[in-house]
Design a protein around this ligand. Structure first.
Ligand SMILES: Nc1ncnc2c1ncn2[C@@H]1O[C@H](COP(=O)(O)OP(=O)(O)OP(=O)(O)O)[C@@H](O)[C@H]1O
Ligand SMILES: [Mg+2]
Length: 253
């Protein structure tokens, strides 16, 4: 079925959904890092992220966190509720890695005294700058109540996902969430949107500290495909055909 293309991002394409108020997320194998300066392909990533994000969103919904996820359509596509994306990325950190190390001079791998929540403005031209709650509310990107709700969901997700990954031998170092607004009649609800995958999480093996996420691509560590497969395998969502059929349907031009 031919669908109208709404938006093409770095990792996904959004298509008009079959029902009003829905969109289809098509997961690509394209990978970018450092604000688009580094580009590449991770074969099978789209197929795996589609499954991994489905799995994690469903588990979070079970503990009462509202999400945009409706159902998976095929290897590379999932149906989600269309939301108005709040232009703030919410990052939760448990262990120091990535930009916090550069910014604050903390050594990678340092456990943080408690989970830290950060906000980044979604703006590619500006390189997604770190912003404070003051900036978010003063510029009207989200209200204090919205932020409060987002932070509650983010911290509950962190507690739950930390345990879930621990159970399969992985440390949830940090992760990024996006939220969106949904209107039911006059009521506005905030729901978890976008994706949760090794593109948006840092996951380290508990025993070896081996990185099992997009840092393997960012830092040219090799075995990138294998890392995504390993996460999917441990979560029990590696497609039957396994790595042999990681292509799935191709996006129509
Ligand atoms: N349920 C949803 N409804 C509408 N938009 C969504 C929904 N879930 C995610 N999005 C948006 O769809 C896009 C997904 O594409 P992708 O992740 O490839 O974008 P991106 O290149 O990271 O760019 P961006 O900076 O816009 O996030 C993102 O802009 C994301 O915010
Ligand atoms: Mg994105």
């Amino acid at each position: 079925m031919r669908r109208r293309r709404i938006y093409e991002g770095k990792a996904k394409v959004l298509f008009e959904g079959p029902e009003p108020g829905t969109v289809v997320q098509y997961f690509k194998d394209d990978a970018t890092a450092f604000n688009n300066q580094k580009k590449g392909t991770i074969t099978g990533k789209g197929v795996l992220n589609n499954r991994i994000s489905e799995h994690l969103m469903l588990r979070l919904a079970e503990i009462g966190i509202p999400t945009h996820f409706v159902r998976r359509l095929n290897m590379r596509e999932q149906l989600v509720r269309e939301v108005e994306i709040i232009p703030i990325e919410v990052v939760v950190r448990n262990v120091a890695a990535g930009t916090i190390c550069k910014r604050l001079g903390v050594e990678e791998g340092t456990p943080l005294p408690r989970s830290i929540v950060e906000y980044y403005l979604k703006n590619d031209e500006l390189g997604d700058p770190l912003v404070s709650e003051e900036h978010v509310t003063a510029f009207g990107w989200a209200s204090t109540q919205d932020l409060d709700e987002m932070m509650q969901y983010a911290l509950r997700s962190n507690d739950f996902l930390t345990g879930l990954f621990y159970g399969i031998g992985m440390k949830l170092v940090d992760f990024k969430l996006e939220f969106g607004r949904l209107w039911d009649e006059e009521e506005m609800r905030i729901v978890l949107a976008d994706e949760i995958s090794p593109d948006s999480c840092r996951l380290w093996d508990i025993n070896t500290n081996e990185k099992l996420d997009k840092d393997r691509f960012r830092k040219d560590l090799g075995k990138v495909e294998e890392a995504y497969q390993e996460v999917a395998r441990r979560l029990g969502v590696l497609p039957e055909a396994g790595p042999v059929d990681m292509q799935g349907p191709q996006v129509m031009q």
